[in-house]
Design a protein around this ligand. Structure first.
Ligand SMILES: Nc1nc2c(ncn2[C@@H]2O[C@H](COP(=O)(O)OP(=O)(O)OP(=O)(O)O)[C@@H](O)[C@H]2O)c(=O)[nH]1
Ligand SMILES: [Mg+2]
Length: 238
């Protein structure tokens, strides 16, 4: 694996999918995991490393291994605990995240890589831009409220704070201490934004979830709102 695949005419780093780790938490996603991993392989010509931190009791980890993913087993402790372990396990210079539920457009991974190559440090998929019709209405409303709350606190307009599909330069992941669990997705957007990293939101389509949701919208929503407030106030105190 090359650390830096190429250098463009402006002297910037040019990464290819050889330089990319795609990481995710997986919790009983056997209905979706095969399709998600095939779509990643297709979009990246099989060049990206795939890491699944898995807490499943179903066949998810076997299916993931059949598709060539590195599977790390972990007792289920929530979204952020899994994703943080997955981020820590990734060993390439660009790290991309997704949910393993078939909702995110893996065919857009090249656009996320292009934005990193154009100079962005964090590229965040904005599901609300195209309406997110497949998202339950309560969640859509909540996500719009989270975005308004976060924008007010961080002083920059953001549109989707809880998206699972992002790309990061690994320096950003390594430079920041992460504290949240259910709210980790919002934290992964808001701390880099507050610290002046180049953060871009990229509009994406959002698909129908495959398999059952384990999210409790009320408890989850309250935890995310609390994380947004805590993280933004913490960043202001820095
Ligand atoms: N390993 C592990 N993965 C988890 C855990 N909780 C959630 N995940 C995974 O993290 C990703 C995001 O969880 P989702 O259930 O899709 O959460 P969400 O997108 O907020 O909600 P819905 O998609 O509407 O259900 C999925 O790939 C889950 O399988 C956990 O405790 N452990
Ligand atoms: Mg999901």
């Amino acid at each position: 694996m090359q650390e830096i695949a190429d250098v463009d005419s402006e002297g910037g780093e040019k990464y290819t999918f050889e330089d990319v780790s795609v990481v995710m938490g997986t919790y009983n996603e056997e209905a979706a995991v095969g399709g998600v991993l095939a779509a990643i392989e297709n979009a990246t010509d099989g060049a990206a490393e795939v890491v699944c931190v898995d807490g499943s009791t179903d066949r998810t980890p076997e299916i993931a291994r059949e598709h060539g993913a590195r599977v790390i087993e972990q007792d289920p402790q929530g979204y952020g605990v899994a994703v943080e372990a997955a981020l820590a396990a990734a060993d390439r210079p660009v790290i991309m995240t997704t949910d393993c539920d078939g909702t995110y457009p893996m065919d857009r991974l090249p656009d996320f890589l292009a934005a990193i190559n154009a100079g962005d440090d964090v590229v965040s998929g904005d599901r609300l831009y195209y309406g997110a019709e497949t998202m339950p209405g309560f969640n859509r409303l909540g996500n719009r409220a989270f975005a308004l709350l976060a924008s007010a606190l961080v002083g920059e307009r953001v549109h989707d704070t809880t998206t699972g599909m992002r790309a990061y330069r690994r320096e950003v992941i390594d430079a920041i201490e992460w504290t949240e669990n259910t709210g980790l997705s919002a934290e992964l957007l808001l701390r880099p934004l507050a610290r002046g990293y180049a953060v871009r939101e990229l509009p994406i389509e959002y698909g129908e979830r495959r398999g059952e949701t384990t999210l409790d919208p009320l408890a989850g929503g309250a935890a995310i709102a609390r994380s947004i407030v805590d993280v933004c106030l913490d960043e202001r105190r820095r």
